[in-house]
Design a protein around this ligand. Structure first.
Ligand SMILES: Nc1ncnc2c1ncn2[C@@H]1O[C@H](COP(=O)(O)OP(=O)(O)OP(=O)(O)O)[C@@H](O)[C@H]1O
Ligand SMILES: [Mg+2]
Length: 390
């Protein structure tokens, strides 16, 4: 079928043709907006799950919902590949300035206009200047130099003014487990204060399965700050429609066996459904996708994953870390006990602590419970097993 019509979207954060199986999350965010309009602010939202389940796509969806409702939004990622924690703060400051600039239009209330001054002082303290948002710096507000105090003051000033308008300030944070401790603690204590003072301020974050424990370690009360939602592989009905609906839109359909084969190899994981669906579309000569087409699509889709999705994580590991991952792969995708891994390698458990920590910080593995580790990437065990040459 025509490549230029291919309706599938494999790739990080790429919006799928239809966002299936996530109605509950979308409703939860709608509720947050509805409560904001009633001046009854609620908790933030924290999405957590494995790689490729659709967390970033959901955050993008939330952003659009928030934009439609006219909320003030700033998006950041937990880590900056080159610039470290300074760069993340600078991105936050720039995002705030941009949001402030957009808010400073005709009809803005004088309270809100005045509050925007705190964004200018907050940002200046972080070294971000030169973005004119049409108001002066609010001297003595959000400029102490302590990130926690300044964040709280800036959020307080903005939110009091936004609440009058039945609006909110929303921080959308992807890869939230990667935030540095100081910024994370400041964000959590600000969210905490916002809850107590009824400021309409929400952190909406997404991260790996360890996100809830990272948050709890930073602040013991983190558990109560968020509505936590585990984002997982799609249940069967949703997976069927994720695969079939894009094709149907163009008048194409799958033979039942072809559909079932692709669903089985994808395990219901959104990224894999997109990759196999994409390959099936490219492979099928006719608008009926047959089992033969599907079998070829499995081979092609898998080799695509083996060239993109999997190695993008694998290449981040050092040699010693790769050995550790190989030992884990033997246990399949259910995770491994660190004691057993040590025994298998013939090394002391303590000698593997650094490797384990480094792989966790690279986001390749996480600790589902004490003494255990598991891959953050679904299917990583099989990938490692099939790559004998690695
Ligand atoms: N609900 C869905 N239905 C169908 N496809 C989806 C859905 N959600 C996401 N996808 C597809 O899955 C892929 C991965 O999405 P996304 O990048 O949002 O995942 P992620 O959880 O953020 O992954 P990572 O942890 O690697 O950042 C994309 O190709 C996207 O189009
Ligand atoms: Mg993502």
């Amino acid at each position: 079928m025509h490549s230029d019509l291919n309706p599938y979207s494999p790739g990080s954060g790429r919006r799928p043709f239809e966002l299936v199986g996530r109605a509950k999350e979308i409703e939860a965010f709608d509720l947050l907006i509805a409560k904001t309009k009633q001046r009854r602010p609620d908790r933030g939202i924290a999405l957590h799950g494995l790689r490729g389940v659709g967390k970033t796509v959901l955050l993008n969806e939330f952003r659009q919902q928030a934009e439609r409702a006219g909320l003030m939004i700033v998006s950041i990622e937990g880590r900056d590949a080159e610039g470290g924690s300074e760069a993340v703060r600078a991105k936050l400051a720039r995002g705030l300035l941009q949001a402030g600039r957009r808010a400073n239009r005709r009809g803005i209330t004088s309270n809100l206009r005045e509050a925007l001054g705190s964004i200018v002082s907050f940002s200046a303290k972080l070294g971000v200047t030169g973005i004119d948002i049409g108001v002066n710096l609010a001297a003595g507000r959000a400029d102490s130099g302590s990130i926690e105090v300044d964040l709280e003051e800036m959020v307080e000033d903005l939110c009091i003014a936004l609440a009058d308008q039945r609006l909110a300030l929303v921080f959308i944070i992807d890869e939230m487990q990667d935030l540095d401790d100081a910024l994370l603690s400041a964000l959590l204590s600000t969210q905490h204060l916002a809850g107590q003072r009824e400021w309409p301020f929400y952190i909406v974050g997404a991260g790996l399965p360890n996100l809830p424990s990272v948050l709890a370690e930073a602040r013991s009360y983190a558990e109560r700050l968020f509505t936590y939602r585990h984002i997982d592989a799609l249940p069967r009905d949703a997976a069927i429609s994720a695969l079939a609906a894009p094709a149907a839109k163009h008048g194409a359909r799958y033979e039942t066996q072809a559909r079932d084969l692709l669903l089985e190899v994808s395990g219901g994981y959104p990224y894999f459904i997109q990759e196999y669906g994409y390959a099936a579309w490219e492979t099928a000569p006719e608008k009926l996708i047959t089992v033969q087409d599907a079998k070829i699509a499995v081979t092609i889709g898998r080799s695509q994953l083996d060239q993109g999705f999997f190695p993008s994580r694998w290449i981040r590991a050092s040699r010693g870390e790769k050995d550790f991952l190989r030992l884990m792969a033997i246990d399949g995708d259910g995770g491994s006990g660190t004691a057993e891994l040590a025994e298998r390698s013939g090394r002391k458990q303590s000698s593997m602590t650094m490797t384990r920590a480094s792989l966790i910080s690279k986001g390749v593995i996480y600790a589902p419970s004490l003494g255990r580790v598991a891959f953050t990437v679904p299917g990583m065990d099989d990938y490692i097993q099939r790559q004998h040459h690695l």
